[in-house]
Design a protein around this ligand. Structure first.
Ligand code: NAD
Length: 253
């Protein structure tokens, strides 16, 4: 049986991935702050360690895939926690599970965002996260910035980290890729829509295909990247956003 570990499978995109994996016969070990196989608050170092330990107990023979989907949106008022969950938890868990993924030549799909390449992000913050790998420093810096920097900055750093490791990790048999969703109708997006500051901005975002995405539309792309059909995909950033990125950055390729 194929065995997968994931985070954030309680709701939204993660829940859709979990359902698709289970329907295709896979066994899924989910870590979430809400009810799940392993309950952990991934913003906290100790809880990350506990989650890794429990995944190891549940999948001693290895993992066919890992999908760190847990994330917080820009409207969450605790900006340091956004960075901790979106970047540091995703990175630390992925690194900690590499040996289990190597056992089964597994695949990792990280969740970026189509907001990651948008201009105006604070480079000092990105450097503190990505180059310095300094969670405390990133927490200090974000206090004088905003939720957009916390969200898009953590997603940009995560995507760059993915691009840095993908060529090396495939030498160990582990394929790493990312999806970059656009606005997708989940509790995270709803929180943004309900926010007086972010709500109007999100509604103004043009989605060429029409509506916001569904969790299933993002999950389908994740399922592809996890599958053998994607065996030549390595270090890819798969935009699944109804054409918004193409509309906003047509020449940046
Ligand atoms: P969601 O809120 O439905 O799901 C997020 C999940 O993460 C939830 O199950 C939640 O309980 C879990 N979580 C939150 N904080 C946690 C913590 N401290 N510890 C453990 N688990 C925690 O949101 P979603 O839209 O499905 O988001 C999934 C991923 O997709 C996130 O990484 C998000 O940044 C990304 N994304 C979403 C959109 C969108 O428009 N919905 C767009 C781009 C990227």
């Amino acid at each position: 049986m194929r065995t997968y570990a994931m985070t954030g499978g309680a709701t939204g995109i993660g829940a859709a991935v979990k359902k698709m994996l289970e329907e295709s016969g896979g066994h899924v070990i989910n870590v979430d702050i809400q009810e799940s196989d392993i309950v952990a608050d991934l913003s906290k170092h100790k809880e990350r360690e506990k989650a890794v330990e429990k995944i190891r107990e549940a999948a001693p023979d290895g993992l066919d895939g890992f999908i760190p989907s847990a994330g917080l949106g820009p409207a969450v008022p605790d900006w340091p926690v956004i960075i901790s969950v979106n970047y540091f938890a995703a990175k630390v868990l992925t690194e900690s599970l590499k040996d289990l993924l190597m056992k089964k030549k597994g695949a990792v799909v990280l969740i970026s965002s189509n907001s990651a390449p948008l201009p105006g992000l604070d480079e000092n913050l990105i450097n503190a996260i990505l180059e310095d790998n300094d969670e405390d420093k990133s927490h200090d810096l974000i206090k004088s910035l905003d939720g957009h920097n916390a969200y898009a900055g953590s997603k940009l750093a995560l995507t760059r980290w993915m691009r840095q490791i993908a060529p090396d990790w495939i030498a160990d048999g582990v394929r790493v890729n990312a999806v970059a969703p656009g606005a997708t109708m989940t509790p995270l997006l709803q929180q943004g829509l309900d926010d007086p500051g972010y709500g109007p901005l999100i509604r103004d975002f043009t989605v060429p295909t029409g509506d916001f995405g569904t969790p299933e539309q993002i999950a389908s792309a994740i399922m592809f990247l996890l599958s053998e059909q994607a065996s030549f995909c390595c270090g890819s950033v798969f935009f699944v956003d109804g054409g918004t990125d193409a509309l906003m950055r047509p020449d940046q390729f």
